[in-house]
Every structure is written in structure tokens, then in C-alpha cells.
Design a protein around this ligand. Structure first.
Ligand code: NAD
Ligand code: UDP
Length: 339
């Protein structure tokens, strides 16, 4: 298939482009490079020996988007483009609703104008909000607690309404748990802008000496060691989930939602220990107050994706850490698009 990947130069998008090419698909990327570097796509080309058609464009630009669809005749879209920082979404809600919700609506409109009726969307486990328990299943109640989370849920609702109006439209929303790691080559990985918000990129920067220590946000939660528990998933497993979703969509019309996670909870201190053991680096940390809004324990039940998509995460914690560290060591300043 010929696939349009929005946000394909980003962290998850670049790994998915690689997986798509390795699975025999052709890839067209549209990305405005607001949070990424075109170097990621060059490296995907280097790793696969195949080329990617790249458009530097904003998906909010209807004219540009329409011209890309007219020129490329794609079969399906995987939609990663958007903004993803929870804190920023609280400060700039209108921007998040524009860049995540309005832009996605526009994308679907342009898809229909060009008779493209297959869509895979990047959602987030954050749509569940505080769950009654973990593991979290897809049929649990959704009550996102930030504009970011609400923007993801709104797009899911638009997709769900669209398939009612257009019964030949097929849409899958993938609710990711915590993506970490990098391709095993160490050539592509996560390149956060500024001070990382997330645990793994922060540990990466402590390990490489860019930051003196990790603040562990709370050690008095009701979890085995008192620190927060999450469902970390290797980005390459996440990427293969998209390819499976895409290949299934052609057989299944309608709107479907799947969790992508491992189903295993890992605490902050377990992650620090694994990183120390595998990298051989000292990961200094200090216990700090709880981060507002954090939930003690959050992990998914991935069995629906196993049953319906034939997908399962294959890489464990040690590989997540080893691949993150390799990426960080080979690229201490990321793709060096910024200082
Ligand atoms: P990322 O920032 O690395 O990738 C997003 C890409 O979209 C970037 O390359 C950015 O330049 C591009 N982009 C943003 N707005 C655009 C626009 N208007 N037009 C064109 N391109 C635009 O983020 P990521 O971690 O790869 O996340 C990809 C998707 O997955 C996002 O939608 C995010 O919300 C979702 N997601 C991410 C996580 C995570 O922890 N990384 C978890 C759950 C869901
Ligand atoms: N965390 C931490 N220090 C950091 C960043 C995160 O202790 O510098 C903890 C956080 O409190 C949570 C876990 O690590 O328990 C995962 O946080 P992250 O922001 O990566 O993911 P999210 O909370 O959005 O699932």
C-alpha cells in the first residue's frame, strides 16, 4: 500500500515509517517539522535503502494537504501529527484544539474529497483519566483530565461519527501507553525539545551527563516501592502495531479502538535500576514531591489488539533501556537541529 504518514518525521512516526518500508509499503510523509528534524527521515532511508517522499507542510493548510493527496494517490493515512505536551495544553488549550482536533477534522475532510477512506490515528491512554483499576481495558470509562487528553478523545468521537455517515470509511484509534526506546541501530530515537517531561528521556540525559540527577516524583504512592507505575512499550513494537492495524483495516470497516501496551507495570525505581544495570552509568536521583495530576498506577490490557490485530509487544524492559541508551550515546544532542 501507499501510505500517507502525517507527523512522520517525529519520534513514533519515524519508527513507523521504517516498519512500513520494511513491510513492503510505500511511504509519503507530511510534517511541518515543528517538533522534529528531517534528519530522522534521512536515517530511515539509510536504514531501509528505500526512499520516502517528504512534504514539509502543515496539515492545517487545506490547500497544501489537498495538493499532496491529489499528487500522491495514497491508499491510507496514519495520522501522528499533533502536539503532545499535557502541561502545554493546559496553558494553550486553543492551540491544542486547533492543532489536534480541527486539523484532524480537516484531514478527514480532505481524505474524503480524495476518496481515501482508511485511517489509523494516534490516540493516548490518557483518554481514560484516572481508571477504577489497572489493567485498563478499552471498554473502561473515558474521562481525560487535560485539554491534550480531551483533544484525543474528540478526534476519536469525530472518527466514530464519520464512519456512521460514511459506512465505507474504516478508522482505528490506537491508545498508546508509554512509548520508550529507539530503533536497535541507535540511528533514530526520541529527540525532545528543552527539558524532557517524560521519565525515559530525562533518565537518558542524566545517563549522558546533560542533567545532574533525576527527580523522582513521589515515593509514597500505594505501589510496591512507592513510586509511580506505568506501562512502557518499545517504540518499535508500537510501530508494528500500526502496520498490523493498517493491514486489518482493509478487512474491517467501521471504527475500532485498541490499547497498545505490554500489560506490565514498571515503577520509576525499577526503571532507574534497569538503566543502571544495562548502561553501567550511575543514575543519580532525588525524591521530590508528587507531580500534580499524576496517577499511582496505570497500565493497559493489550489482549484486544492480540485477538483482533494479531499484535503483541515483543520487546521487554531490558531492550527498551538498551536501545534508549544506544540512541543517547550515539546522539548525545539528538539530531542536533537545536543547541
Ligand atoms: P512528535 O512530536 O515526535 O511527533 C509529532 C510530529 O508531528 C512532529 O514531527 C511534528 O513536527 C509534527 N506536527 C505537529 N503539528 C503538525 C502540523 N500541524 N502539521 C504537520 N506536522 C505537524 O511526537 P510523537 O511522540 O512521535 O507522537 C506522535 C503522536 O502520538 C502524537 O499525536 C501524540 O499525541 C501521540 N502520542 C504520543 C505519546 C508519547 O508519549 N510520545 C503517547 C501517546 C500518544
Ligand atoms: N517521573 C519522574 N520524574 C520525571 C519524569 C517522570 O519521577 O522526571 C515519573 C512520573 O511521576 C510517572 C512516571 O515517571 O510516575 C512516568 O512519567 P511520564 O511523564 O514519562 O509518563 P506519564 O506520567 O505521562 O504516564
Amino acid at each position: 500500500m501507499r501510505i500517507l504518514v502525517t507527523g512522520g518525521a517525529g519520534y513514533i512516526g519515524s519508527h513507523t515509517c521504517l516498519e512500513l518500508l520494511n513491510s513492503g509499503h510505500q511511504v509519503v510523509v507530511v510534517d511541518n517539522l515543528s517538533n522534529s528534524s528531517v534528519e530522522a527521515l534521512k536515517r530511515v532511508e539509510q536504514l531501509t535503502g528505500q526512499s520516502i517522499k517528504f512534504y514539509q507542510a502543515d496539515i492545517r493548510d487545506e490547500k497544501a494537504l489537498s495538493a499532496i493527496f491529489a499528487a500522491e494517490k495514497v491508499d491510507a493515512v496514519i495520522h501522528f501529527a499533533g502536539s503532545k505536551a499535557v502541561g502545554e495544553s493546559v496553558a494553550k488549550p486553543l492551540f491544542y484544539y486547533e492543532n489536534n482536533v480541527s486539523a484532524s477534522g480537516l484531514l478527514m475532510q480532505v481524505m474524503l474529497q480524495h476518496q481515501v477512506k482508511t485511517l489509523v490515528f494516534s490516540s493516548s491512554a490518557t483518554v481514560y483519566g484516572e481508571p477504577v483499576s489497572s489493567p485498563i481495558r478499552e471498554d473502561f470509562a473515558v474521562h481525560p483530565e487535560s485539554p491534550y487528553g480531551r483533544s484525543k478523545l474528540m478526534v476519536e468521537q469525530i472518527m466514530s461519527d464519520l464512519v456512521v455517515a460514511q459506512p465505507d470509511f474504516s478508522a482505528i484509534s490506537l491508545r498508546y501507553f508509554n512509548p520508550v526506546g529507539a530503533h536497535e541501530s541507535g540511528l533514530i530515537g526520541e529527540d525532545p525539545n528543552g527539558i524532557p517531561n517524560n521519565l525515559m528521556p530525562f533518565i537518558n540525559q542524566v545517563a549522558i551527563g546533560r542533567r545532574p540527577y533525576l527527580s523522582v516524583f513521589g515515593d509514597d504512592y500505594d505501589t510496591p516501592d512507592g513510586t509511580g507505575v506505568r506501562d512502557y512499550i518499545h517504540v518499535c513494537d508500537l510501530a508494528s502495531g500500526h502496520v498490523k492495524a493498517l493491514e486489518t483495516l482493509h478487512q474491517n470497516a467501521g471504527f475500532h479502538v485498541f490499547n497498545l501496551g505490554t500489560g506490565q507495570g514498571v515503577s520509576v525505581l525499577e526503571m532507574v535500576d534497569a538503566y543502571r544495570r544495562i548502561s553501567g552509568q550511575l543514575i543519580a536521583y532525588q525524591v521530590a514531591p508528587r507531580r500534580p495530576g499524576d496517577i499511582a498506577c496505570y497500565y493497559g490490557d493489550p489482549s484486544l489488539a492480540a485477538e483482533k490485530l494479531g499484535w503483541k509487544a515483543e520487546r521487554g524492559l531490558d531492550q527498551m533501556v538498551a536501545d534508549s541508551w544506544k540512541w543517547q550515546k550515539l546522539n548525545p544532542h539528538g539530531y542536533t537541529r537545536r543547541s
